[in-house]
Design a protein around this ligand. Structure first.
Ligand SMILES: NC(=O)c1ccc[n+]([C@@H]2O[C@H](COP(=O)([O-])OP(=O)(O)OC[C@H]3O[C@@H](n4cnc5c(N)ncnc54)[C@H](OP(=O)(O)O)[C@@H]3O)[C@@H](O)[C@H]2O)c1
Length: 243
């Protein structure tokens, strides 16, 4: 079976996982439960599960490419995102004493490995010169906006834990419109990446991100409404004014 067919099957799996994610909440963070078996330290879990994406994609590009070409720009954007997610973000989150189920770490490890391999492979094959300038510029701008929204929203959540250990209602910036602007930013970011690179690998990653984060944002939104009587009524889950 060739890599294109594998990627389409991978996309199909994401679409099958979507309704499952809508029914069963991923049991970490706000939705932690002991029912999912053994767990490990949360920060260690994040580093372990994101590591394959940080390593595989650049490794494939630098091993297969005969020379460093312009596609390296996409690899640098990938590394920038995953350096934050794998190293900086886990070291900054204030989740001391919190655990994450090994089952979640293992499934995310597998997800990140397949994702990293597919993106590494397609980014290596990409003909940079054949991408239209319009897609490149548009995709890049969307990617940067998404990256900024994702990081600044994660930062705001991290700051909420400065003086207390539990959960409070986040306010300010895009939190005034949605419960999960960090997820909104992540979706925008990979949408930009897919527009810039136009290949089955980045498309599959965008679809997986949507199938993971839309259900999680709906679960977070419901959780906020159930746990805070004064939760702002007009706030949506993930897409301002829409969803
Ligand atoms: N591309 C993908 O498929 C994908 C999948 C999953 C995650 N991600 C990205 O990974 C990042 C983290 O994801 P996540 O699911 O852990 O995000 P999250 O549930 O929003 O939590 C982010 C951090 O903020 C803390 N936090 C959340 N709400 C809080 C509140 N109301 N008060 C105080 N602290 C609060 C959390 O602590 P607790 O852990 O204690 O809840 C956690 O440390 C996000 O940027 C997301 O976009 C991407």
């Amino acid at each position: 079976m060739d890599i294109i067919n594998i990627t389409y099957i991978w996309i199909l799996i994401a679409l099958i996982v979507l309704p499952i994610n809508l029914i069963y909440k991923a049991p970490y963070g706000k939705h932690s439960t002991k029912k999912w078996g053994k767990s490990i330290d949360n920060k260690t879990g994040w580093i372990l599960m994101e590591l394959p994406a940080l390593l595989t994609c650049p490794l494939i590009y630098f091993t297969i490419s005969e020379e460093i070409n312009l596609n390296v720009v996409f690899i640098v954007l990938w590394i920038t995102h995953y350096l934050n997610r794998t190293v900086i973000y886990p070291l900054r989150i204030k989740t001391k004493g919190k655990k994450i189920p090994i089952a979640i770490v293992a499934s995310a490890f597998f997800f990140n490995m397949v994702n990293g391999i597919l993106n590494g492979y397609f980014l290596t094959l990409l003909q940079f010169e054949s991408i239209s300038e319009l897609y490149l510029i548009l995709g890049f701008i969307i990617f940067i906006i998404g990256f900024y929204i994702n990081i600044s929203s994660d930062n705001l959540l991290i700051k909420l834990r400065t003086n207390q250990k539990g959960y409070v209602i986040p306010n300010g910036k895009l939190f005034n419109y949605v419960s999960c602007p960090n997820f909104f930013g992540e979706i925008i970011e990979w949408l930009g990446f897919a527009i810039m690179t136009l290949n089955p690998g980045s498309l599959s990653f965008l679809i997986w991100t949507i199938c993971n984060l839309i259900p999680r944002s709906k679960a977070h939104h419901k959780w906020y409404k159930e746990n805070f009587e004064n939760y702002p009524k007009k706030r949506k889950a993930v897409i301002p004014y829409l969803l």
